[in-house]
Ligand binder design. Structure first.
Ligand code: 2NE
Length: 275
């Protein structure tokens, strides 16, 4: 594929091609664990992908294989820089800023597809969970480790996971910290499709192209509708924001704006109330 680098980062690779943005976590020697700087770069790249009106789908993946030949999507927070209030970056400030990226992935009005090869573990597992779709390579391994390493994600990592795989399975995943292979993940509805490792990116791009052929507004509204049911007031805000967007496109809304700017009373009578 002809990916073109969109911006230079240290911990991630950010590329674009034909309406698709690709964010690759690039710390393979750490199984693509994230530190605060990784997370800030991801946030910046996702924000760019949101702003770029040419981009309709975002792929999220991990660089690999590492020198030992193993693959990883992401192994969660970098435990070697974990302090007693969060993950400590070069500025010495403890952060849990991956939570901001989770919210961003859910609220960005474009589908985000996780392409998982190798480990999606801990906070790295939650990252694929919050993506709209997940395509797994046949070597993918999924699981949470929190209760083993003194951590947990009680937000999307627990409640949204339970919406996907059901309460019993989500509790099993968190309480026992087992690892699940790609086929098991597929059978519990945790991933959309399993492909061979050499087909992973090809399949992700194929799915992205299929989505790009569809109505962008319909996809945008569907994403916010799926979120609205689960995300409480924040979800309703997203859906309502889209209603405002659509309303702004109407002659009726234009009449209100024009009347204000022309310092006259608006004439809304010409717009019939439909039953
Ligand atoms: C991912 C897993 C299962 C892979 O195992 P394996 O045997 O294939 O690799 P190995 O040897 O464990 O790891 C290779 C290198 O990557 C580092 C390791 O320390 C090792 O480094 P060296 O010894 O070669 O120098 N590495 C791997 N994961 C790392 C990590 N997360 N942080 C720092 N270094 C890491 C296995 O590596 C594993 O279980 N990793 C830890 C997974 C984990 O517990 N993640 C944190 C969960 S908590 C979290 O992410 C979180 C949260 O719960 C709430 C909010 C925010 C974050």
């Amino acid at each position: 594929f002809n990916w073109i680098k969109a911006k230079e980062y240290k911990d991630i690779i950010y590329e674009k091609m034909d309406g698709i943005a690709k964010i690759t976590i690039n710390r393979p020697e750490k199984r693509n664990a994230f530190r605060p700087e990784t997370t800030m770069e991801m946030y910046d790249a996702f924000a760019d992908a949101r702003e770029d009106s040419n981009i309709g789908v975002i792929l999220l993946t991990g660089a690999g294989p590492s020198k030992d030949g193993k693959y990883a999507f992401c192994s969660g927070g970098d435990q070697s820089i974990r302090g007693n209030k969060g993950y400590v970056g070069k500025d010495g400030v403890p952060r849990l800023n991956i939570l901001d990226v989770q919210k961003q992935i859910r609220s960005i009005p474009k589908p985000v597809i996780a392409l998982v090869a190798g480990y999606a573990i801990g906070g790295g597992h939650v990252l694929h969970v919050v993506c709209d779709l997940t395509i797994a390579a046949d070597n993918a391994i999924f699981g949470q480790t929190g209760p083993m390493v003194g951590s947990f994600d009680g937000g999307f990592g627990a409640s949204y996971l339970a919406r996907i795989v059901g309460q019993k399975k989500a509790r099993e995943i968190w309480y026992l910290c087992h690892q699940y292979n790609a086929q098991e993940a597929y059978e519990m509805g945790l991933v959309n499709k399993v492909v061979s490792i050499d087909q992973l990116e090809e399949e992700g791009v194929k799915w992205a192209y299929e989505i790009l052929e569809k109505s962008p507004l319909a996809i945008r509204l569907l994403k916010s509708a799926f979120n609205a049911e689960l995300d409480g007031q924040a979800g309703i805000q997203e859906l309502a924001g889209n209603a405002t967007l659509l309303y702004y496109m109407t002659d009726e809304a234009q009449e209100g704006k024009n009347a204000y700017n022309e310092k006259r009373k608006p004439d809304f009578k010409k717009f019939p109330r439909v039953p």
